[in-house]
Design a binder for this molecule. Structure first.
Ligand code: 6GU
Length: 452
């Protein structure tokens, strides 16, 4: 295939088209990409290519004369080819259009720029207009690279046939999740079926994951997807399982609900403050009449936070936020760590911190270093998970002080504040605490998953 690209910025293409798979395809002669500078057809003293719009208004317009001459000159350089103008007003580039273009022996791509091209160029010299999505870019160069990349990978010999058949959009479904080694990463394990060696089961699992993802993320694609009656039934079931809440929430203009997956009133209070700018209604398990016992069997904060968030999100059908936090004492090699809430088998927080103070007895200031760490997990009912982490450094005090907060707060000394965590007012605590830090990092993620 031959692709001619007309642009004001030919240098922009060297990197993206010279590297990786497209670069290799060009070196192997599977595609020939020719760049033409539109300015070479501007023949006045200043080689002008743009001008002010008739009728006034902001920005510049690509002049008809040099661009039209450039297109016609390039058209004559080889066999007939469609002239495609990249513009946000064009037909949306989707995989079927990519497949159609990949079947042509030659393409001529014209990169629009500035506010646009003179309307008469469109009428006289352009066969097709293509956009890569509903957003505005500074010019057609990046869209042209996108188009070339999408087309070239479909050319014979560029990519193994099997990868093409499996991939997103080939059959109008999104792809299933992928995993490679290691088997455990940050406490997250690979779905056991993928390790089972049972090929038919794996194919089935992957197909179900594809259907599930497509339903949750791009339901519009399902209308044109090739799906068996059995798979339709599976989708119906999924819709009932996860879809109801989605549609109910979209229909109302009420803020979405976020489930704080904790039964600790102290934490709930802190999160209400930390997340107060988030346009969502915070609810607790008690508000929903939900009584779940999630066993914290994980080895890490992340694992435990995810276990809780997942379980609550699934049970409530709401986005859920859970955390796991702990105190890490240097002299105790990081203990109590993720086991902070069960340290020494003690059932209440006062006896836990008294045990810790006893272990630290007599240790000098220099050996009392410690930090609070908090990992937040956000889970969606569909099983997506995000995490954030916050750390607050400090020291183990000689004796408990203060009555605010909870857990180990009375023995956690903050040298910068000259107070223990339990002596801070709530606002100050949220500003510096591990939970406050992790929580603020979670806000953009929450905005995204809640769609606010
Ligand atoms: Cl093709 N051009 C520009 N300037 N912006 C775009 C686009 C094209 N497609 C999406 N946004």
């Amino acid at each position: 295939m031959r692709i001619d690209i007309l642009t004001l910025f030919p240098e922009m293409f060297a990197g993206p088209l010279g590297e990786s798979i497209v670069g290799r395809a060009a070196r192997e002669g599977r595609v020939e990409i020719l760049l033409h500078n539109i300015r070479d057809w501007a023949h006045d003293r200043h080689r002008t290519v743009d001008d002010y719009p008739y009728g006034g208004g902001a920005g510049m317009v690509l002049k008809a004369e040099p661009l039209g001459a450039a297109i016609e000159a390039v058209r004559r350089m080889g066999r007939p080819a469609p002239v495609i103008l990249l513009t946000p007003q064009g037909r949306l580039l989707r995989q079927p259009l990519v497949e159609e273009l990949a079947g042509r022996p030659r393409l001529i791509l014209v990169c629009g720029h500035y506010e646009g091209v003179d309307e008469r160029v469109r009428l006289l010299h352009v066969d097709e207009e293509v956009s890569i999505g509903d957003y505005v870019l500074t010019g057609g160069e990046v869209p042209a690279m996108v188009l070339v990349d999408a087309v070239v990978r479909l050319l014979p010999g560029v990519i193994e046939g099997a990868s093409l058949e499996q991939e997103s959009h080939h059959s109008n479904l999104l792809e299933h999740p992928h995993y490679t080694r290691p088997a455990t990463y940050h406490g997250l394990t690979v779905p056991p079926v993928l390790l089972s060696g049972h090929h038919a089961e794996i194919v089935r699992w992957r197909r179900h994951q594809s259907l599930r993802r497509t339903l949750l993320r791009r339901p519009d694609l399902l209308e044109e997807a090739a799906i068996t009656p059995e798979e339709r039934a599976f989708l119906e079931e999924l819709r009932r399982e996860v879809g109801l809440q989605g549609t109910a929430q979209q229909a109302s203009s009420a803020p979405p609900r976020l489930l704080l997956a904790t039964n600790n009133p102290g934490k709930v209070r802190e999160y209400r403050e930390i997340l107060r700018d988030l346009p969502a209604t915070l609810v607790t398990p008690a508000d929903l009449g939900l009584d779940l016992q999630v066993e914290e069997t994980g080895q890490t904060y992340t694992e435990n936070a995810i276990l809780k968030a997942r379980a609550y999100a699934q049970a409530a059908g709401l986005v859920a936020l859970a955390d796991d936090s702990g105190l890490e004492v240097d002299a105790l090699e990081g203990a109590p760590g993720p086991r902070s809430a069960r340290y020494g088998g003690q059932r209440n927080s006062r006896t836990r911190y008294q045990l810790l103070l006893k272990q630290m007895e007599g240790l000098p200031e220099a050996r009392r270093g410690a930090r609070f760490r908090c990992v937040i997990a956000i889970a969606t009912p569909a099983g997506r998970v995000y995490t954030t982490e916050g750390v607050c450094p400090g020291r183990i005090a000689r004796e408990p002080r203060g009555s605010g907060g909870f857990g180990y707060d009375p023995i956690f000394w903050l040298p910068g504040q000259g107070k223990t965590m339990a002596e801070l007012d709530p606002e100050e605590k949220n500003r510096i605490s591990h939970r406050g830090r992790a929580g603020r990092k979670a806000i953009p993620l929450l905005r995204e998953v809640l769609g606010v």
